[in-house]
Design a protein around this ligand. Structure first.
Ligand SMILES: *[C@@H]1O[C@H](CO)[C@@H](O)[C@H](O)[C@H]1NC(C)=O
Ligand SMILES: *[C@@H]1O[C@H](CO)[C@@H](O)[C@H](O)[C@H]1NC(C)=O
Ligand SMILES: *[C@@H]1O[C@H](CO)[C@@H](O)[C@H](O)[C@H]1NC(C)=O
Ligand SMILES: *[C@@H]1O[C@H](CO)[C@@H](O)[C@H](O)[C@H]1NC(C)=O
Ligand SMILES: *[C@@H]1O[C@H](CO)[C@@H](O)[C@H](O)[C@H]1NC(C)=O
Ligand SMILES: *[C@@H]1O[C@H](CO)[C@@H](O)[C@H](O)[C@H]1NC(C)=O
Length: 938
């Protein structure tokens, strides 16, 4: 229910004003809800909201918020995207933790001259205070004050609570590496392996503008050799670490990114971590508390010097206080039988948890270095949070999101019996052995394109020496830091463990997102088709697929530092195993757009489980499957055994269309913003990496030339077009250029005689202009249609472009719709239109959405029937049909390593396209007719 006052505001929304006045007077309220219901704990949250074109002018709109219970909340707002008319397309908003909304919030946008909405805002809570000094940035949230130096090795020099206790110091990054691995030692001499220790070295620390509810500090640097290292090593592994802080919050959210710029054969990462010192001077050893998150809300309760379990009893009050983490009564009040003998009770300085697999962790402690470790019973999947501190000096907790899913990880508490303890969160545990990201085979003698293409025939891997490199891939991890005046309860730390792993998210409702068309017109809510059994069947199949992949992630253990977030490509029925070791079949790397399936499925349903699955994929694909440095910057890697092993480096994998929903829904996640921007570099990548080098028509002499790149509109241009569109929407630094290139493309592509049926043509990356391909210099018309062009987001990108830019020429739209019509048309129809047919094309089911798109745009019922016929009666190996089992079988016993669920009729290609086409067909042409089989009916 909207509060009554708010309803009143809404009533005046369209009070018969002229268009321009309408902009200025309009007030609207949009509801956002907690993704998973009201959180137990909220450290502050950022989210995004879409707006319809023309609804609110960006430069004259202000925002306010109330909780859904009607309580005013402080909000900080910014624009993340604009429609071309200057109206809001997407906004980002931050709300702090003190304003709790049980279900969520109403976000109120109002124009100038009407401050009614903004006046509703109550007292300004004490907001964020920022000091940007020459040598450091200081952020005071009201609960904590954090200092970020602008140079040196510490990203955070101190974290202070509001009562003035410094509970964290010298927050820094740790990198260890070595020049070889043990398996090489057997052949050579172990002493030849050099070991290196690096410290973080900062070169750039900046604070976001206009911080009132949220402050963002971004720290960039590289890892620099520690002065004690014997052998030399260059600075490497550049990092960007972002710290998000909210008014009245004790939490710091950390987004930690590294880019691998080493030599995989000589730079083996052997430890990667984040360390904070925790001042403990003045706290009695028995009042120093260690908490480490265990399994399902579990928590290790220890004190550095234990007062429980002793031969002489200090009394229940003392024991309970220590266990609970409250201050123990003064020693003078204890029985002398205990207090006189404290010196004989060992103190435990170091604790170490190692999660070297997703299935189990070990835990141990020792009194100090040089003494034996003592095992503590471990468990399965640790929560990934550790606390060190005491009731007097306060304390610090550090958590790592997806701790066990990103194994091998670990957490250390060290020197807790000294004046300065520390917590180290290991993103890559030193106990795991060096990270080996060398190529997994030696090339197998594939030294010519002919041999590489022949090898592709058997393993499906597209190999080329030098291309199988991790140089330039990245990884982003999310951490949380919490500061306390005194040791918090174990329950609170359990809630913070949840918060670290599943940070609360606020999302707009599907109906609102849909109505704005800010993410295209190619999807709709499930409810609008609920009347039809045929539609219900498709809905239930899509639900089946989502759950199948969720379960496969778990059963197949698709986890790990580099792997978490990816899924696999296809299945080896004989071994009851995904083809994790077969050339081009293993990691999926977004092949045929499973990302679009999941994101669009989330948009229409609002389902939390889908959001979490798709978010992990967004964090993976943009980082690990894409390049951020070197010749391949902006390009991604085709599916394969290692995320970077295949030699097909293309923008079809890095395309930001796969991360667009995540980016905007998170209020403009800054790291994802960087990734999107980096895809603009694919223009240079196209020049350095000729995608068609192995399969070029021998009659074509092709010289790489940035003004005449021989590109495929779908696998090449669509990805960069998505990046241009985002740059334009965001008004990024290159937005005018991006707009101009898109507009030049929409003018020039239709001048190709056969439009998109030309498939590949020459692209001028300086202007966006297209010219006929070398195979048809006179532009007489050439037919070159690939089944791959339209399965990497081109329809979705073009639809979003047409919605965005009202000036897209009709000739461009017509050329695109012609492609949509003729891909699936009969050979006779193709010949009648283009003089020859398109040959035997596959992926009919996936392309049914093109037919549906044409049916919708042309209001053509025959095409609508054809779309469903293609969807339902493809009957090829690349589709999922009504005749498939739509169920799994369990395989157990000695047939498999461990019991697994199997659906050997599913390939990820087919699943992705079933989902994308199912959603889009339902949205574009409505449910299939029921009754008869064939002819588009079920
Ligand atoms: C602002 O909106 C309120 C309704 O919410 C309306 O009563 C009032 O007249 C408006 N004020 C101006 C200056 O337009
Ligand atoms: C706001 O933006 C619109 C459209 O971009 C522009 O016409 C107008 O002049 C701007 N108004 C102000 C006050 O800046
Ligand atoms: C420093 O960071 C800011 C903001 O993140 C960025 O705009 C600027 O380009 C960076 N400077 C350098 C030298 O990288
Ligand atoms: C202390 O812990 C005990 C259980 O060990 C619990 O029953 C009690 O409520 C706790 N007391 C406080 C003050 O937290
Ligand atoms: C943590 O999350 C789990 C699962 O969502 C929930 O059951 C549990 O109550 C939460 N615990 C706390 C302390 O918030
Ligand atoms: C980058 O591309 C250029 C031009 O193709 C080539 O000469 C160079 O060797 C490449 N560099 C790397 C590191 O691959």
């Amino acid at each position: 229910m909207l509060p009554a006052a708010l309803k009143l505001l809404l009533v005046v929304q369209f009070a018969g004003l002229g268009a321009s006045q309408e902009h200025q007077q309009r007030v609207s309220a949009i509801r956002v809800k907690w993704l998973e219901g009201q959180p137990h704990y909220n450290g502050g949250v950022t989210f995004g909201l879409p707006w319809s074109k023309g609804q609110h002018l960006a430069n004259t709109t202000s925002f306010s918020a109330t909780s859904t219970d009607g309580v005013p909340a402080d909000i900080q707002s910014w624009v993340t995207a604009y429609w071309p008319d200057g109206s809001l397309k997407w906004t980002g908003h931050a709300i702090g933790p003190s304003d709790v909304g049980s279900e969520g919030y109403n976000i109120i946008a109002s124009g100038p001259g009407n401050n009614t909405a903004t006046r509703r805002k109550a007292k300004r809570a004490s907001g964020i205070r920022v000091n940007d000094n020459p040598d450091a940035v200081q952020v005071n949230t009201g609960k904590i004050t954090v200092a970020f130096p602008k140079s040196g090795n510490a990203l955070i020099s101190s974290i202070k609570t509001s009562s003035g206790k410094t509970v964290g110091k010298n927050g820094r990054l740790i990198l260890r590496s070595q020049s070889g691995t043990a398996d090489d030692d057997d052949a050579g001499s172990p002493s030849q392996i050099k070991h290196f220790n690096f410290v973080s070295q900062i070169y750039n620390t900046t604070i976001s503008d206009g911080s009132s509810v949220r402050a963002l500090v971004t720290v960039q640097g590289t890892h620099h050799l520690n002065s004690s290292s014997a052998a030399p090593h260059k600075d490497w592994l550049p990092f960007t670490v972002r710290f998000y802080m909210y008014a009245n919050s004790e939490a710091i959210k950390v987004v930690h990114t590294i880019v691998y710029d080493g030599d995989a054969k000589a730079d083996f990462i052997s430890g990667l971590g984040v360390r904070f010192d925790v001042p403990l001077a003045g706290e009695e050893l028995y009042d120093r508390h260690v908490r480490i998150a265990g399994v399902e809300g579990g928590m290790l309760h220890e004190a550095v010097q234990g007062l429980t379990g002793l031969r002489r009893d200090p009394g229940a009050k003392v024991r309970t206080a220590q266990y609970n983490g409250t201050k123990v009564a003064n020693k003078s009040t204890w029985p002398k039988t205990v207090s006189n003998r404290l010196q004989w009770i060992p103190t435990w300085s170091d604790y170490r948890l190692t999660q070297l697999s997703p299935d189990g962790f070990n835990l141990k402690k020792r009194t100090k270095a040089g003494q034996s470790w003592l095992k503590i019973p471990g468990g399965t999947r640790a929560g990934g949070l550790a606390y060190l501190g005491g009731p007097t000096v306060g304390g610090l907790a550090v958590g790592l999101r997806d701790f066990w899913k990103k194994y091998p990880t670990g957490v250390d508490i060290s020197n807790a019996a000294t004046d300065m303890g520390s917590i180290t969160m290991w993103l890559y545990s030193p106990d795991a052995g060096p990270m080996d990201i060398r190529p997994y085979h030696d090339g197998l003698g594939q030294d010519t394109y002919a041999k590489q293409l022949d090898a592709l025939e058997i393993t499906y891997e597209d190999y080329e020496g030098g291309y199988n490199t991790p140089y330039g891939v990245g990884r982003t991890n999310e951490l949380s830091i919490y500061a306390f005046d005194s040791t918090p309860s174990a329950d609170k730390l359990a809630a913070l463990t949840n918060h670290t792993n599943e940070p609360p998210a606020l999302v707009a409702e599907p109906a609102h997102i849909h109505s704005t068309k800010a993410l295209g017109t190619y999807w709709d809510l499930p409810a609008s088709t609920s009347g039809s059994n045929a539609a219900q069947t498709i809905e239930s199949h899509m639900d089946f697929l989502v759950k199948f992949y969720q379960n496969q992630v778990e059963q197949r253990r698709w986890y790990g530092f580099w792997d978490h977030g990816d899924i696999m490509h296809s299945y080896d029925t004989d071994r009851h195993q995904w083809k994790y070791d077969v050339g081009g079949y293993a990691w999926d790397n977004s092949e045929l757009s499973p990302d679009l399936f999941l994101w669009t499925y989330f948009l229409r349903t609002g389902r939390a489980d889908v959001y979490r699955l798709a978010s992990a994929q967004a964090r993976h694909g943009g980082e690990v499957d894409s390049y951020h440095l070197g010749n391949f910057t902006g390009l991604g890697t085709r599916h394969g055994v290692q995320h970077w092993s295949d030699s097909a480096k293309q923008v079809r994998i890095s395309t930001p269309v796969y991360r667009k929903a995540f980016y905007y829904l998170t209020g403009g996640d800054e790291r994802t913003g960087d990734l999107i921007h980096a895809v603009l570099s694919a223009e240079t990548g196209f020049f350095l990496v000729d995608a068609r080098r192995k399969v070029r028509d021998p009659s074509v002499i092709y010289k790489p030339d940035p003004t005449a790149l021989y590109l495929d509109f779908g696998t090449d241009w669509a990805g960069i077009a998505a990046a241009y569109l985002l740059e334009w929407e965001r008004r990024g630094p290159r937005w005018l250029e991006a707009r101009s290139k898109l507009q030049t493309t929409t003018r020039t592509y239709p001048t190709l005689k056969f439009g998109f049926v030309t498939g590949e043509a020459l692209y001028n990356s300086h202007t966006g202009a297209w010219a006929p391909p070398p195979t048809d210099p006179q532009n007489e018309g050439v037919v070159s249609v690939s089944h791959l062009s339209a399965v990497f987001g081109v329809l979705e990108t073009i639809d979003e472009l047409i919605e965005h830019d009202a000036s897209v020429p009709q000739s461009f739209v017509d050329a695109w719709i012609d492609y949509c019509v003729y891909y699936g048309a009969s050979k006779a129809e193709q010949r009648a239109r283009y003089g020859r047919d398109f040959g035997n094309l596959s992926l009919r089911q996936g392309h049914s959405r093109l037919t549906a798109y044409a049916a919708r745009k042309r209001g053509n019922a025959t095409l609508a029937r054809r779309a469903w016929d293609e969807f339902l009666n493809d009957n090829s190996p690349d589709e999922l049909g009504p005749g498939d089992p739509w169920s799994t079988v369990w395989v157990r016993g000695s047939s498999v390593l461990a019991p697994v669920e199997e659906a050997d009729w599913i390939t990820t290609n087919a699943a992705a396209l079933y989902g994308v086409a199912g959603i889009e067909n339902l949205a574009l042409v409505g449910a299939p007719m029921e009754g008869r089989r064939g002819n588009g009916t079920v």
